[in-house]
Design a binder for this molecule. Structure first.
Ligand code: SIN
Ligand code: FE
Length: 290
């Protein structure tokens, strides 16, 4: 398999490097080993926030939404303010990095949530469908996105030297060709019923249906998990990585303390519109999906 991870020195990020843009839009993971020196790192007083029990057990992670509301942190006003400050600083650096990497996305990027994830990956107990240790492409059952891209920036902020260990799998088109023949057909009346019942926040399009089917089919297939083309990569503390997580096949095997920012982008705003999952699935299926 062609190398799925592209290393970039923060000092060389420059402005709109075509090779890196093409790699990102091909579903590769861009890796920035020295993000902490040039971008974000926690400040001394913020080290007090690095406790697993800083997360409210009722929330999956601690996040700041696009309206500035902090959720999921346990503690008084001082903790809430410091947490929001730290997460907000990471968001600014992550967006600054994207501004240099993919300048044309610019104001078309829509901010989603930005999060701090203090939980240990290895010991998390989850259903197979929610288990992100199994390689998958991101797709969310309740939030149809009609082909909108999920662009994510991650940084490992572990203080004890533990890497964030990912598996990165085969290119999206290979995933799609492998699993599309086995997926359930889209049934429009079922999508309408799910929407009427409030299971989905809007109507699930055929695109959203196929993406969920791919997500589930990948995770359910243990032989695929074990034997599919893949590389294991250790993201060390202080580094960052960026990918379209609706396209890059990924699974997280180990690690604790990570920050992550999710942005959305219309596939029409990509440098190469034909590289998006929507374009690939439309081509493979031979009809419009949204
Ligand atoms: C994910 O699978 O989207 C989460 C990755 C991680 O927690 O490192
Ligand atoms: Fe994921």
């Amino acid at each position: 398999m062609e190398n799925q991870i592209v290393e970039i020195d923060m000092a060389n990020v420059g402005h709109g490097n075509p090779a890196w843009i093409a790699a990102l839009e091909a579903g590769k993971v861009l890796y920035f080993p020295n993000f902490a020196e040039h971008g974000f790192k926690p400040q001394k007083e913020e080290l007090a926030l690095f406790r697993e029990d800083i997360r409210d057990p009722k929330s999956r992670n601690i996040s700041l939404d696009s309206s500035g509301k902090l959720k999921g942190a346990v503690g008084g006003d001082d903790v809430q303010t410091m947490m929001a400050g730290m997460i907000g600083r990471f968001r600014a650096e992550a967006e600054g990095l994207l501004g240099n990497l993919v300048p044309r996305y610019g104001e078309h990027l829509r901010r989603g949530a930005v999060s701090f994830r203090p939980s240990k990956v290895e010991t998390r107990v989850q259903s197979w469908r929610a288990d992100d240790r199994r390689m998958h492409v991101d797709a969310f059952p309740s939030r149809p996105n009609r082909g909108e891209r999920l662009l994510r920036v991650f940084t490992n902020v572990n203080l004890e030297g533990a890497p964030r260990v990912w598996r990165v799998g085969e290119p999206f088109e290979d995933v799609a060709k492998r699993f599309l023949p086995r997926v359930k057909k889209y049934v429009p009346w079922q999508a309408k019923a799910l929407n009427a019942l409030g299971v989905t926040k809007s109507l699930r399009s055929e695109y959203d249906h196929l993406m969920l089917q791919l997500h589930d089919a990948m995770k359910a297939d243990l032989d695929y998990q074990k034997n599919a083309p893949q590389v294991t990569f250790n993201f060390p503390p202080g580094c960052a990585w960026v990918c379209f997580s609706d396209q890059a096949s990924h699974g997280v095997m180990a690690g604790q303390y990570m920050m992550e920012h999710t942005l959305q982008l219309s596939p029409m705003q990509q440098y190469d519109k034909d590289a998006s999952p929507l374009a690939i699935l439309t081509r493979l299926q031979g009809h419009a999906l949204i």
